[in-house]
Design a protein around this ligand. Structure first.
Ligand code: NI
Length: 251
C-alpha cells in the first residue's frame, strides 16, 4: 500500500491494524555515464514498492525522500543536494508528521551511503527532544541500507566479483535496469574499472573521477541480475519490517 495513492481514511484504517511505515530515502546525483541520476532513491523505492505489492505483506510505504547528501556531486549537471542541517531539519519534520498520526515504527530504507552519517545525526536530534524533557518519544526509528539487507551484499559479490566499487556500482545500476528497461544506457568505459580515492568537495571529486564512477565497472549490470537483487531484498525487507513492527511497544 502506497501512502500517496491512499486516502486519509485508508491511512486511518491502516493505523488500526499497524503502526509501521517504510520511507524510501536516497539522493539525486550523477551515477557515471550510464547510471540514472535518480539511482540512489530509485533503488530503495523499487524494492519498497515491490514489497508493498506482495499480498503476504501488509506494508505501508511513504513517499520517497529523494534528495540527500550529494554536495560532492554538484560538479555534474543534474545533481541536487541538501546541506546536512537542511536534511536533518526536513527529516525531523517528516518524522514528527508521521509520528503525530500514531506511527510508532518508522523504517527508513536508504539508497545512498553518503546519507548515513546525517540520518543518524537526525535520529539523535529527534530522540533528544524527548530525552531533554525526560519523556518517551512514543516511536522508534530504524535505518537500513538496501544493500545491507541480509544476503544482498554476498549476492552482489557473487554477481560482480570484481569492479563492484563504491559509486555507480553494477548492482545499483542493475536494479534500475530491471525496473526501468526503457532507460538503460550504454557507454564505452575508459578505464573499464574506475579509480578509487577520497571524497571531498565537488570540483575535487570531478577532477579525481572524471566520468563520475568510483571503483566500479557498471558495464556488468543486466536487468536479470537486478531482478535477482530485488527479489532477495524484497523478501528480507518484508521480514525485517515485520520484526521491527513486533518489537515491544514504546513506553
Ligand atoms: Ni549510488
Amino acid at each position: 500500500m502506497l501512502l500517496q495513492l491512499s486516502t486519509w481514511q485508508e491511512i486511518e484504517d491502516y493505523l488500526k491494524r499497524s503502526r509501521t511505515v517504510v520511507v524510501p530515502i536516497g539522493s539525486n546525483e550523477q551515477h557515471g555515464p550510464t547510471g540514472l541520476l535518480g539511482t540512489d532513491f530509485l533503488c530503495p523505492e523499487i524494492i519498497a514498492h515491490e514489497a508493498s505489492r506482495r499480498p503476504e505483506a501488509d506494508l505501508l510505504v511513504a513517499p520517497t525522500f529523494a534528495v540527500g547528501m550529494a554536495q560532492h556531486h554538484l560538479g555534474f549537471p543534474g545533481s541536487i543536494s541538501l546541506r546536512p542541517t537542511t536534511f536533518i531539519a526536513a527529516l525531523t519534520d517528516w518524522t514528527r508528521s508521521l509520528a503525530g498520526h500514531g506511527f510508532e515504527r518508522i523504517y527508513f530504507l536508504n539508497g545512498h551511503g553518503g546519507n548515513v552519517a546525517t540520518i543518524e545525526a537526525a535520529f539523535s536530534e529527534i530522540y533528544a527532544e524527548a530525552s531533554f524533557d525526560r519523556r518517551h518519544a512514543g516511536f522508534a526509528l530504524k535505518l537500513r541500507n538496501w544493500w545491507d539487507l541480509k544476503g544482498v551484499m554476498p549476492l552482489a559479490n557473487r554477481l560482480f566479483p570484481t569492479g563492484h566499487g563504491s559509486h555507480a556500482t553494477p548492482s545499483e545500476i542493475a536494479v534500475t535496469q530491471w525496473a526501468y528497461p526503457d532507460s538503460i544506457k550504454a557507454a564505452n568505459y575508459a578505464p573499464q574499472v574506475a579509480p578509487t580515492g577520497p571524497i571531498r568537495e565537488a570540483l575535487d571529486f570531478r577532477a579525481r573521477y572524471p566520468d563520475g564512477r568510483m571503483g566500479s565497472d557498471p558495464g556488468q549490470a543486466t536487468p536479470e541480475k537486478g531482478g535477482e537483487l530485488v527479489a532477495l531484498a524484497v523478501r528480507e525487507l518484508i521480514a525485517e519490517v515485520e520484526a521491527f513492527g513486533r518489537e515491544a511497544g514504546p513506553g
